[in-house]
Design a protein around this ligand. Structure first.
Ligand code: MN
Length: 359
């Protein structure tokens, strides 16, 4: 069964005739489209990719089993293109992604379709449910994205030193990813140093890296639409006792987190064990310790004390505990991990022992 056929089964379950997809990662997952600015409609009588003249040739080439609809040919009004597809295919109940349709678009669509007694039905996570477990091709893409990131960080090592700015180092890392095959960076790189490392998602700026700093690098590559996610923390010059203590605790916590990732384990399981390890610093621990990663940087399952899902073979998930002490600094160590039937495979392989960079 191909992906669009799987969607048809879910339409029945949701009591809708068709689904209108607007979320880029879902559109591309279902259709094979590789750019931005396309929407999809799936129904029993056909699959439609709705785009404009900039992308129609691409869509014809890559969206197998999809009819390409150029909405510019409908008075440059995408709503009219959608209306036409509904009328031609007997669609009376059209599902849409309720977390991904702007209010004004919804209003316009609702008004026009209403004239033909077509109802818009809000849906949630239909495609995301299919994306939860990755197939072999998706996993290969994730592995490649992880390998590119490993290589880029290795190349960056000689550049990490006192005297360079966070921005300069960040630019080099992103360059290394691209010359090693990344189609893009996976997300905005977090490359921060010194006391700023207490910000779990701090941004690089013109701060100069200095002796005594922690340097936290959280980054990823994108390959064929799939993102890798890895974090490593370095220290410039000999670490203080407390730096060593916090680093080693996080390293141990990350190991324990990995040990508690497996098919059948609940998303809350690693957090429970990690808290036992970092007890002394629990008030500085951030409970979001992992997330699925694929076409989107943050997907289900979310690992932490608020997790609701169960890990399954074929899930690609991060493990990234950290300790963040305001005004002092922080440490995070993160890997991207594939859940398998019989264990896990860590896809990011850069070493995790504290790397001390002679300042
Ligand atoms: Mn992450």
């Amino acid at each position: 069964m191909n992906r669009a056929e799987k969607v048809l089964k879910l339409l029945d379950k949701n009591n809708i005739d068709a689904i209108y997809l607007t979320k880029e990662s879902n559109v591309n997952y279902i259709s094979g489209f590789t750019d931005e600015a396309a929407n999809v409609i799936i129904c029993k009588s056909g699959n439609f990719i709705i785009t404009d003249g900039r992308f129609t040739e691409l869509a014809e080439n890559v969206c197998k089993g999809f009819e390409v609809v150029n909405w510019h040919l409908f008075d440059r009004n995408i709503t009219k293109a959608i209306q036409s597809i509904c009328l031609n295919n007997g669609i009376k109940k059209l599902g849409f992604e309720k977390s991904n349709l702007m209010f004004d678009k919804y209003q316009t669509l609702n008004e026009l379709l209403g004239e033909d007694d077509i109802t818009l039905v809000p849906t949630e996570d239909i495609i995301e449910t299919l994306r939860y477990v990755k197939d072999e091709i998706e996993i290969e893409n994730s592995k490649k994205a992880c390998a590119i990131a490993d290589k880029a960080l290795e190349l960056l090592l000689p550049d990490i030193k006192a005297g360079v700015s966070e921005r300069e180092l960040c630019a080099k890392l992103e360059y290394y990813m691209k010359i090693n095959g990344a189609q893009a960076i996976g997300f905005e790189t977090i490359l921060i140093s010194g006391t700023k490392t207490s910000l779990p998602h701090g941004k690089p700026d013109d701060k100069i890296i200095e002796k005594g700093d922690f340097v936290t690098i959280d980054f990823g590559a994108m390959y064929n639409g799939y993102i890798s996610d890895m974090t490593r923390t370095f220290v410039i010059g000999q670490p203080s006792e407390k730096q060593l203590e916090v680093y080693n605790l996080v390293k141990e916590a990350q190991l324990v987190g990995l040990e508690n990732m497996k098919a059948g384990a609940h998303a809350t399981a690693p957090d429970i064990e990690i808290r036992k390890i970092i007890k002394k610093y629990e008030e500085f621990y951030y409970p979001g310790i992992g997330h699925g990663v694929g076409r989107d940087l943050h997907e289900q399952p979310f690992l932490g004390n608020y997790g609701t899902k169960t890990m399954e073979a074929g899930c690609v998930i991060t493990m990234e505990p950290g300790i963040y002490i305001p005004g002092w600094g922080g440490v995070r160590i993160e890997d991207t991990v594939l859940i398998k039937e019989d264990g896990i495979e860590i896809l990011t392989n850069f070493p995790k022992d504290l790397i001390i960079i002679e300042g």
